[in-house]
Design a protein around this ligand. Structure first.
Ligand SMILES: Cc1ncc(COP(=O)(O)O)c(C=O)c1O
Length: 396
């Protein structure tokens, strides 16, 4: 019998070192709002500055470097999702990717798109607008907890008119993690397209599309991927690409357009890879910044980030359990790095946190705490101090 070598568990994230190297302002402010805006790491700021410095002298930015930047972006994103770079199109935000795909899918009058109620609007309006071509969006009510009702979604998939299921990987208002494996199995059985809005998940929870098949995944990089506004991507499953005709076309969406000496030799064959969905010219500087940020995310490792976030939640969850304050986020398998709590007089408690320089959000009646790799347990204990002081005032 030969002994199997079990890889040693990765050491936890050294948040103090990370704060010192890339997030120096954390000495003054407790920032727990990554589900709204991810801060740019210092290394990303430096990459942006260096790139923009070259932009002041465009002759220092040859095409080779510009397109090389985008090639690197597609590669880094593909590694994050365990897919091929050819399946990645760069976009400027989540909504753009979803809108393009909503119009590119081969849908017909009478078809239906399933969407859970309470989804972020970027994953609602592109589908709602398909009414113009006779495709109905069906909003499936959430459970009593306010989470997507996946049992109901699975049941509704049995309706042959349902051609698309569009879900957020992680719900913006409570952090609920979709059971992607179950939804993937079901859509594969019925042949419906599975489209995922992944902006609240990629970077904070591991995503492996080589294990769980989805058809399309759209993501802006401005939150959990700590990247500039204007950077994002859409994944389209390889087999689907040739079947999807983009409703808007960039001038490099076609085969043969890499040869800038013959631009007016027009081509009518769309690229065979996901670049057929790209609207060139893209904001190169933002993708140069995104590459630096993705470098950091890869260095830290998404699994380690996810584990770190669970450690950070513990003090707040302990306090909520001790005091009976409602936790509006799921725990266990459906939980993520987004933690929502709903104490009585939530508006007042939220204002108290703000006054204590603790930055978070108020969403759908709950305080949303969304820490990242650079946050510490000591910061979360400070949150508990403020929550406890405010709750004392409530009951006094
Ligand atoms: C689930 C979800 N989708 C999309 C967005 C943003 O979309 P976009 O990248 O198009 O601005 C957000 C947050 O702003 C979100 O929480």
């Amino acid at each position: 019998m030969c002994a199997e070598t079990v890889p040693a568990p990765a050491p936890p994230i050294d948040a103090d070192a990370l704060r010192a190297s890339d997030f120096p302002w954390t000495a003054e402010t407790i920032y727990l709002n990554n589900a709204s805006i991810g801060p740019l790491p210092e290394r990303t700021l430096q990459a942006l500055d260096a790139f923009n410095r070259r932009r002041t002298m465009p002759f220092t930015l040859p095409d080779r470097d510009l397109f090389g930047t985008l090639t690197t972006s597609r590669r880094l994103v593909s590694q994050l999702l365990s897919v091929a770079p050819e399946e990645i199109a760069l976009t400027v935000n989540t909504g753009f990717g979803l809108s393009v795909i909503a119009r590119a899918l081969p849908l017909e009058r009478g078809d239906r798109v399933l969407v859970s109620d309470k989804e972020f609007p970027a994953n609602v309006y592109p589908w709602m607008r398909l009414r113009e071509i006779g495709v109905e969006m069906e909003l499936v009510p959430t459970t009593a907890d306010g989470w997507p009702d996946e049992m109901r979604l699975l049941e509704r998939l049995a309706d042959p008119r349902v051609r698309v299921l569009a879900v957020s990987l992680v719900q913006f208002s409570n952090g609920y993690l979709a059971d992607l494996a179950a939804l993937s199995d079901a859509t594969r059985r019925t042949g419906a397209y599975l489209v995922v809005d992944a902006i609240q998940g990629v970077g904070q929870i591991p995503v492996d599309l080589s294990r769980t098949q989805v058809d399309v995944l759209s993501c802006g990089a401005q939150k959990w991927l700590l990247s500039p506004w204007g950077s994002g991507f859409v994944y389209v499953r390889r087999e689907l690409i040739p079947r999807l005709s983009p409703p808007v076309t960039g001038w490099m969406a076609f085969e043969g357009t890499d040869d800038f000496t013959r631009l007016t030799s027009y081509h009518d064959t769309l690229r065979g890879d996901a670049r057929r969905f790209e609207l060139i010219t893209l904001p190169y500087q933002d993708f140069a910044g995104m590459n630096a940020s993705l470098g950091l995310v890869h260095e830290l490792g998404v699994r380690r980030i996810a584990d770190h976030l669970q450690t950070l939640h513990a003090p707040v969850l302990d306090w909520a359990d001790r005091t009976g304050v409602r936790v509006a986020s799921p725990r266990g398998a459906r939980g993520t790095g987004i933690l929502c709590i709903a104490p009585p007089e939530v508006d007042r408690v939220f204002r108290a946190l703000k006054a204590a320089r603790i930055i978070c959000s108020l969403r759908e009646g709950a305080i949303r705490l969304s820490p990242h790799a650079y946050n510490t347990v000591a910061e979360m204990e400070r949150v508990v101090e403020v929550l406890a002081a405010e709750s004392g005032r409530t009951t006094a």
